[in-house]
Design a protein around this ligand. Structure first.
Ligand SMILES: Cc1cc2nc3c(=O)[nH]c(=O)nc-3n(C[C@H](O)[C@H](O)[C@H](O)COP(=O)(O)OP(=O)(O)OC[C@H]3O[C@@H](n4cnc5c(N)ncnc54)[C@H](O)[C@@H]3O)c2cc1C
Length: 320
């Protein structure tokens, strides 16, 4: 007997996040029956899109209080759907929102929780997942326990977006009391200075203490703009107050997995590497030929970033 997999789509400003479509590919790998939950103030359009991309039975829930992510309300609604549809596996995105939501759901529903997974397999109704542990130094395989629902967050950019597939939309309705919350979200304001989300970026420009001061950050921003890339930072320059924490990559920042990561003026401390070492291609620019970053770089440029970065920016602009 195959398993039932429920994926939880993520939306922002009424648009599906790309990772929602990656979750469908992850779910398809399980070989099980796919269901997708989408919660928004007006969810039906998003639900139709998910259905045409292989979302299976797409459970569409609309209410004004679902406009912004609120883990208290989202968890109440999703728990009702879990009780009704009894999935063996619930998949969400390993994003700021997904991590908060899935761990809450696992606790409420007495399930098993696995964060940040990179692969999954099923045999009968047993689910096995793979996830990095100890800062990516160990890869762990975990099998779910019979009779327990497994909840997992999937690392963005590991699976391809599902391009096409079949599905049907089922509109779900709940008592209005379920949408009540102890908090009211009035507005979501994006952090300043970041136009491309690090979780979704195919290219990331990462900058470290080699930049010498906040007055020089525009150098990295220009390169990021030329490549339509996200701007990341080491903790050293976040702690120095040169850039906001939302840019930090590493053990105490974000984990990213882009196609291309530029590490510029970053030494390559292990705490930084654990946040970006799974990037498909890494280009390191550092004036110290012995900098540890070169040990994981696909391409290394030894030299002064103040000469190399503007030259690269001009080249990329010329080919844009
Ligand atoms: C518990 C804990 C958690 C941590 N979490 C994180 C984390 O999440 N993320 C993180 O990044 N760090 C984290 N750190 C800090 C980490 O250990 C390093 O201190 C930090 O990553 C160093 O940042 P950096 O590479 O920018 O600076 P540095 O190590 O000072 O490196 C600067 C680099 O710039 C190069 N450079 C200087 N001038 C130039 C130039 N003109 N041209 C080219 N290259 C140049 C230098 O050769 C050097 O390699 C954590 C530490 C601890 C203890």
């Amino acid at each position: 007997m195959g398993i039932k997999v429920l994926t939880i789509a993520e939306q922002k400003d009424g648009k599906l996040s790309p990772v929602s479509l990656e979750l469908l590919t992850a779910a398809a790998k399980s070989g099980g029956e796919i269901m997708t939950a989408v919660l928004a103030d007006t969810a039906d359009g998003l639900a139709s899109e998910l259905a045409s991309r292989g979302g299976g039975t797409v459970l569409s829930v609309s209410h004004p209080n679902l406009k912004y992510f609120n883990d208290e309300v989202y968890a109440k609604i999703l728990t009702e759907l879990i009780k009704k549809y009894q999935p063996n596996l619930v998949l969400g995105a390993a994003t700021f929102y997904g991590k908060a939501l899935l761990s809450r759901l696992a606790a409420i529903n007495d399930g098993a929780m696995a964060s940040d997974i990179t692969a999954l397999e099923t045999a009968g109704d047993t689910v096995s997942i793979t996830r990095p542990s100890y800062g990516g130094n160990v890869i762990v395989n975990v099998a779910g326990k019979a009779g327990k629902t497994m909840f997992a967050t999937v690392r963005p950019k590991i699976f391809e977006e599902s391009a096409a597939g079949t599905g049907e939309v089922v509109v779900e309705q709940f008592d209005t009391t379920l949408f009540e919350s102890r908090t009211e979200i009035k507005e979501m304001v994006g952090s300043t200075g970041q136009t491309v989300s690090l979780n979704e970026a195919d290219i990331i420009v990462g900058i470290g203490r080699g930049i010498r001061g906040p007055e020089n950050l525009d150098l990295a921003r220009k390169l990021a703009d030329a490549l339509n890339a996200g701007l990341a930072a080491s903790r050293a320059i976040v702690d120095a107050g040169w850039i906001e924490y939302s840019h930090q990559v590493g053990q105490t920042g974000k984990t990213v997995n882009p196609k291309l990561y530029f590490a510029i003026g970053i030494s390559g401390a292990i705490q930084h590497l654990v946040g970006m070492q799974t990037s498909k291609t890494i280009v390191a620019i550092n004036r110290d030929k012995d900098a540890p970053i070169f040990s994981i770089a696909s391409y290394g440029i030894v030299g002064d970033l103040f000469e190399i970065v503007p030259a690269l920016t001009e080249k990329f602009k010329a080919h844009a």
